[in-house]
Design a protein around this ligand. Sequence first.
Ligand code: DX5
Ligand code: ZN
Length: 223
Amino acid sequence: MNVLILPSLLAADVGHLEAAARQAERAGGDALHLDIMDGVFVPNISMGPAVVAMAKRCVTMPLSVHLMLLHPDQYVRRFAEAGATSLLIHIEAACDVPATLRAIRDAGVRPGITLNPGTPVERLDPVFDLVDEVLCMTVEPGYGGQSFMHDVLPKIRAVRERARRTGRPDLDIIVDGGVDLTTAPACARHGANGLVAGTALYKAPDMAADIRTMRAQAAAALA
Ligand code: DX5
Ligand code: ZN
């Protein structure tokens, strides 16, 4: 299984988002991660569909759109039209989560489910068969630049074991929050094949070199 590296645009200079999206592609990122925050589900407001549409115009890499919204069901169509490749909603959202995941697939977009750090793996039960991606938060969502929460690692392993047990070896399990060259191998060792990294990659002097290193070290550690 390949390891996917997803630079997170949240950590880019907001005055130069086009250049930052292109930089992530040129540096060898596998997909661009875009964090959408509504100021209600999380205590911060970030970007909207217009930024996803901008990225769609600038890059050909897939767009992984992480909806930190209380009511993601109301925005599926707009983000699908903007060009999202994946739409990752939260299991903690205030909507009919299985119905929203079906609506995402019906819109021609890969559905993904996100778990906050404190949310147990059992919450996946009703939606496991409906998703192509599981995003495990290793920080409380809302801000970039926070410290990686190591105590989430056993949950990542539990998701991978569940995927194997249920005949889903190709399920993408992605980690988001505090991922850098130090923490990435542990994520892979616990079964994650995708790594979102914002601060670590956008602050790196050579993003391409760090993406290569992160991918190689994670691939060597992949469980
Ligand atoms: C946090 C976001 C993350 C964020 C990660 O709510 O979901 O995607 O960009 O940023 P770093 O890599 O800086 O922790
Ligand atoms: Zn995110």
